[in-house]
Design a protein. Structure first.
Length: 281
């Protein structure tokens, strides 16, 4: 489930059964761009302030105009944007490329990248508001450049430009939750459907950045994985906004026909970690 890339790949959490002992994943995003014709520092700061009015610049007057890191603070948290006139290194085996089922042409599309930007918010223990701040800063970079997409470090995910901006704009001033947690999806030959055909398996990536276990499902029997994905996304959003309030053995569901039993179990997809295992009726 983890990336094997050098700079641009998502950080993989150190394996542990205790989310409280989890190594902090850096609050980073990477914007893939089609050219090196970057906006000036003043233009970039103006774009940031449209998205983040409370952004206060902390630029060095001695820094060169072009390629200078853009530094600033929001509520005393240091924010930085660095434009790099080279494509971010990656291989076709990166997990965020292999698992981007929502972006079928990603392997071809990322080949067009000529440069990239690194966006970061430096927060000791990132909150959901810090993630939202990173999303708004990233959106400012995306809107100011000719971009291909965004790599979201905490979710080990790649989002196409229109998808990323669409979610940020849809949520307006609220945290764009779907960007913070991705769902790794595949066919399940180990837990087949009753028909004997492979079922579906899935696991979230990103909840550990909030100090919680990931969600895992095996052997989902539906012809389409969409109901499984919807249930996992809804549960992930609930956990991000409410905290780890779901208990081992709880049953949740929107109606009597959709009942989901939740067990705390060792992961079968990412060994060494405990997960919320969903059993969907």
């Amino acid at each position: 489930m983890s990336s094997n890339g050098k700079e641009p790949g998502a950080a993989s959490p150190e394996k542990t059964d205790n989310p409280d002992e989890q190594e902090t994943i850096p609050l980073l995003s990477f914007v893939m761009m089609k050219n090196t014709d970057f906006p000036t520092t003043d233009q970039m700061v103006a774009a940031i302030k449209k998205r983040v009015p409370e952004f206060e610049t902390a630029q060095s007057e001695e820094a060169p105009e072009k390629y200078a890191p853009i530094m600033g603070t929001v509520d005393e948290k240091l924010c930085a944007i660095m434009m790099i006139d080279e494509p971010n290194p990656m291989t076709p085996e990166e997990s965020f490329l292999q698992s981007a089922w929502w972006w079928p042409d990603i392997q071809k599309d990322v080949e067009a990248r000529k440069s990239h930007a690194i966006v970061t918010v430096m927060a000791g223990e990132p909150t959901i508001e810090d993630h939202a701040l990173l999303a708004r800063l990233t959106a400012a970079v995306v809107e100011s450049n000719d971009t291909i997409g965004v790599l979201w470090n905490g979710a080990d995910a790649a989002w196409r430009t229109d998808m990323f901006l669409g979610v940020v704009n849809q949520y307006k001033k609220e945290p764009p939750l779907p960007l913070f947690v991705s769902i790794k999806l595949g066919r399940d030959t180990e837990f087949p459907a009753k028909s004997g055909e492979p079922g579906w398996l899935a696991m979230t990536f990103g909840l550990r950045t909030f100090g919680m276990m990931e969600i895992e499902t095996r052997g989902f029997e539906g012809q389409s994985p969409e109901p499984m994905i919807d249930n996992m996304q809804n549960m992930a959003s609930y956990l991000m906004t409410s905290g780890p309030v779901i208990n081992d053995g709880d049953t949740v569901g929107q109606n009597e026909q959709t009942q989901i039993k939740i067990q705390f179990e060792d992961s079968t997809l990412n060994p060494g970690n405990q997960v919320y295992r969903l059993y969907m009726s």
